[in-house]
Design a protein around this ligand. Structure first.
Ligand code: HEM
Length: 442
């Protein structure tokens, strides 16, 4: 397959702008049309060319050949400008020591402890829900996962006010970064949106600095990510500066919060449109939980809930695009690829390849038990040395939250308008007004 991968050019480039208008306006419709033009499709971002790749063998080559493909290009430049040079954004040369420093915080043995916080935060979120109320599920899910991120990875010393300010700032930043990637000119023109973005960035830096100060002041080993980072050494054996710590904190919250919240929000929205899967999920939650919140020990008894999450990660992978820049001249599928070329591994398109997944565009969680799934073409957490460090954390959080919510609540869309997915840094479902119906006395 790889050897015969077809190259093509995306049609409809505008003079000067290339395909930026399509990417800014209707990005998913634009992406959906690309496979018809090849396995590697050249897309123009202004004067730059980006190679969109969606053949699994080529994606594997790009993500694992770290001598040739590094984290670089316009997306990483913009993200680094916001969150700095942390584990998820640093170039290969700085990656190893950072990964080693953080890996112990993601040990499976710690996940059980984190799961207790996940359960408590899900309880706190849904305790505010009232029967008949309409909530924006995307916001609610994000509220949950930022709270979990803050309370687990940095488990002490954070005021409620600081946590709340961080959440609000993240919201603005997540959409602002994507806007700056597709339309960099927004920073040149004064506007209310630019003002909001700048204020959010400042609030973010202040909030993160507050967390670090609280940790240093406490001087205790809390056995969490920040405690580990405070005792970590960089590649030259030096302790991390406050600026380094700030970057890592920002990276972990940014990489973990919206990815997991989008997964949960999509799951509840897709289930509402698929009563058979919804009933099966409720039945599983009723049998296992009988109305109580889900705990870590319940996970093996919640296989269908986990399949729902897998199916969501297939159809709407939060990390829908992973970009890399070729640092040497190389070749891709037999064609020369000069140094400096930007490639985008589009997981959204990989997971919807008609030749690999039957009825590829359909939400069908049962496929994970019924069917023959090409698991090596299912890559929601990426591949190789930079594979998601929080994969178990994210799966655990999404599965437990979905089961706990399903045990007590039925969610129905409050509008007949279908979701309008917004591929920002994360493939978010956009606003999701949903009506809450209590299934049991809460
Ligand atoms: C459903 C949830 C999640 C999805 C779909 C997801 C997806 C991904 C993907 C695709 C990558 C690879 C990026 C690359 O190769 O450049 C990645 C990396 C990363 N993720 Fe996640 N992630 C999720 C949850 C989390 C959570 C909960 C955390 C932290 C608590 C986290 C932290 C990170 C970090 C730090 C990296 C960089 C790892 C490295 O370069 O060594 N992620 N994630």
């Amino acid at each position: 397959m790889t050897a015969t991968a077809a190259f093509g050019d995306a049609p409809g480039a505008w003079p000067l702008l290339g395909h930026l208008p399509q990417l800014a306006g209707r990005p998913l419709a634009f992406l959906d049309a690309l496979p018809a033009h090849g396995d590697v499709v050249r897309v123009r971002l202004g004067r730059r060319t980006m190679h969109v790749v969606h053949e699994p063998g080529l994606v594997r080559q790009i993500l694992t050949d770290r001598h040739v493909f590094d984290r670089g290009g316009v997306l990483y430049d913009k993200v680094r400008a916001v969150i700095g040079n942390g584990l998820a954004t640093c170039p290969n040369a700085e990656h190893l020591w950072q990964r080693r420093a953080l890996q112990p915080a993601f040990r499976r043995s710690l996940t059980e402890r984190y799961a207790a916080t996940m359960a408590a935060e899900t309880e706190a979120l849904t305790a505010r829900w009232r029967p008949g109320q309409v909530v924006d599920l995307t916001r609610e899910s994000f509220r949950l996962t930022t709270a979990v991120a803050v309370r687990t990875l940095f488990s002490a010393g954070i005021s409620d006010r600081a946590a709340e300010e961080l959440r609000a700032a993240l919201d603005v930043l997540m959409s602002g970064v994507y806007t700056r990637v597709v339309a960099p000119a927004v920073d040149l023109v004064p506007s209310p949106a630019r003002g909001r973005y700048r204020r959010a960035l400042a609030a973010w830096h202040t909030g993160v600095a507050e967390i670090i100060t609280a940790y240093r002041a406490a001087g205790t080993d809390h056995g969490d990510a920040l405690s580990l980072l405070l005792s970590a050494r960089d590649a030259d054996g030096r302790p991390l500066t406050d600026a380094d710590l700030c970057d890592q904190v920002a990276t972990l919250v940014l990489a973990g919060a919206e990815t997991t919240s989008s997964t949960l929000a999509w799951a509840l929205r897709l289930l509402a449109a698929d009563p058979r899967s919804g009933d099966r999920l409720h039945a599983e939650a009723d049998t296992v939980l009988d109305g109580r919140p889900a705990r870590y020990a319940d996970l093996p008894a919640l296989p269908f809930t986990a399949d729902v999450i897998r199916e969501v990660l297939r159809l709407y992978p939060p990390a829908w695009a992973i970009t890399r820049t070729a640092v040497h001249d190389t070749e891709l599928a037999g064609r020369p690829l000069p140094a400096g070329s930007v490639v985008m591994c589009c997981l959204y398109l990989v997971h919807r390849r008609a030749a690999l997944f039957q009825d590829a565009d359909r939400f069908r969680p049962a496929r994970w038990t019924d069917g023959d799934i090409p698991r090596d073409a299912f890559l929601p957490f990426g591949l190789g040395a930079t594979k998601c460090i929080g994969d178990v954390f994210g799966m655990t959080e999404a599965t437990l939250a979905l089961a706990s919510i399903a045990a007590r609540w039925q969610l129905t869309p409050a509008t007949s308008r279908p979701p309008r997915p917004a591929p920002r840094l994360v493939l978010s479902p956009g606003p999701l007004p949903m009506r809450l119906t209590a299934r049991r006395a809460a």
